[in-house]
Design a protein around this ligand. Structure first.
Ligand code: SF4
Ligand code: SF4
Length: 56
């Protein structure tokens, strides 16, 4: 199951640095996950300081 990033994101960039498949990119107001690339590993949720990545 892919993950998505909620509007709690503070754009710290930690998740993008740790994603093994480079599914996360910086958007205008927050970071975003490409659901077609995400393999659902949960790594982004583990490193996020605000719990923004959640299962979609
Ligand atoms: Fe990347 Fe894993 Fe997060 Fe998907 S769940 S965006 S593969 S770190
Ligand atoms: Fe946003 Fe969390 Fe990713 Fe930082 S780690 S960019 S707060 S989703």
């Amino acid at each position: 199951m892919a993950y998505k990033i909620s509007d709690a994101c503070i754009s710290c960039g930690a998740c993008a640095e740790n994603c093994p498949v480079a599914a996360i990119s910086q958007g205008d107001t927050q970071y975003n996950i490409d659901p077609d690339t995400c393999i659902g590993c949960g790594g982004c949720a583990e490193v996020c300081p605000v719990g923004a990545p959640v299962e979609d």
